[in-house]
Design a protein around this ligand. Structure first.
Ligand code: UFG
Length: 342
């Protein structure tokens, strides 16, 4: 007798940076998917033509309900949302609307339509990153988001915890540290027109797309005074999504896991590595760096404690190396220079 294939996974934000890589990982693992994305920051071309695609908001309960019912989805991966820390400081209400209110509407549609498994994109920005010292943070450490962005994600975590306790919904919260790099085969990458993220901007500077690199703050309580982050390759993160979906399907969830490598790099170390990669790949000299004041909402140091994810999931990082992460990011930027959206 043939096994029935599992129902398709609904991916919100599947045309975006991390969502599109998770979609590729699911497809590579033989799963089927359905994508909903409002294309506010995502790119239609990131979703293959044979994947069912709906342009719409996750807060549109009727639309989401129709999609789930039509495709018989039983699992949702929720990537859609606003993700820029300094922007959230300037426009907090947009973040509470896009990340909290919309998630509540989506969850309502899920409960009304028999969704069993839910994977949520949360963030390291829920932690207190200002305690000083480069100590990795564990899932049960103090939660003290420094920005409206972090608070909006934490509020959704709380909704999920309460809903998980009150209903049969099995959930996984993945707290992403700093995601970077691009699919090694060049199928997807990060493509925002006005990028804010460190590695992407640094690659653009090395390629001459940007004139110089701003360095926000050099007086943090870190070894060289610049902020420290734990950079994880987007394809390793995507693979963690496949693994966690299998895990909650098998064991029932509900869990919260850090997604990082457990190693911190300062802004200066990242820029030095970008210079090195740019020299090797492009033969260019070091980029121009411009010291700037601290950026609002930035914690000093965020490094993941990774024992939990390594023990819980069948997950082996394959790109755990800053040079490798930056090399794929640079390759994507270079490819994107010729005509595509960035
Ligand atoms: N930075 C610069 N110059 C730039 C851009 C960034 O110095 O041009 C610095 C920032 O001030 C910060 C560090 O580089 O110290 C990393 O900044 P990013 O903007 O790349 O990333 P964030 O740490 O602010 O936030 C990212 C994601 C969030 C996620 C968080 C988890 O945007 O969604 O990582 O740590 F929650």
């Amino acid at each position: 007798m043939m096994n029935t294939p599992p129902p398709p996974v609904l991916i919100t934000g599947g045309a975006g940076y991390i969502g599109s890589h998770a979609m590729l990982a699911l497809l590579d693992n033989g799963r089927t998917v359905v994508v909903v994305d409002d294309l506010s920051t995502g790119r239609r071309g990131a979703v293959p033509g044979d994947v069912p695609f709906y342009q719409g908001k996750v807060g549109n309960k009727a639309l989401i309900g129709r999609i789930i019912a039509e495709h018989g989805c039983r699992a949702v991966m929720h990537f859609a949302g606003s993700i820029i820390v300094p922007e959230s400081v300037a426009r907090p209400l947009d973040y509470y609307q896009n990340n909290v209110v919309s998630s509540a509407q989506l969850l309502r549609a899920c409960l009304d339509n028999d969704i069993k498994d839910f994977v949520f994109s949360s963030t390291a920005a829920v932690y207190d990153g200002n305690t000083g010292g480069a100590v990795p943070v564990a899932e049960d450490d103090n939660l003290a988001p420094a920005s409206p962005y972090g608070r909006s994600k934490l509020m959704t975590e709380w909704m999920l915890r309460d809903i998980g306790a009150a209903t049969g919904l099995r959930y996984a919260v993945l707290r992403y540290f700093n995601v970077a790099g691009a699919d090694q085969a060049g199928r997807s990458g990060q493509y925002s027109k006005a990028a804010t993220h460190l590695i992407k901007r640094a690659c653009q500077t090395a390629l001459g797309i940007l004139p110089h690199m701003d360095v926000f703050g050099n007086d943090y309580p870190t070894p060289d005074g610049t902020c420290v982050r734990d950079y994880i390759h987007v394809s390793d993160l995507a693979q963690a999504h496949v693994a966690v979906l299998d895990h909650i399907g098998d064991s029932g969830g509900n869990l919260t896991l850090n997604c990082g490598y457990g190693q911190g790099f300062s802004v200066t170390q990242v820029l030095d590595t970008v210079d090195q990669v740019a020299n090797d790949m492009l033969g260019v000299g070091p980029m121009l760096r411009r010291p700037q004041p601290r950026r609002a909402g930035d914690p000093a140091s965020l490094i993941a404690a990774t024992d939990c994810i390594r023990k819980t999931l069948n997950w082996q990082p394959r790109h755990d190396d800053l040079t490798a992460v930056i090399t794929t990011a640079m390759a994507w930027e270079k490819k994107s220079m010729d005509g595509m959206d960035r």
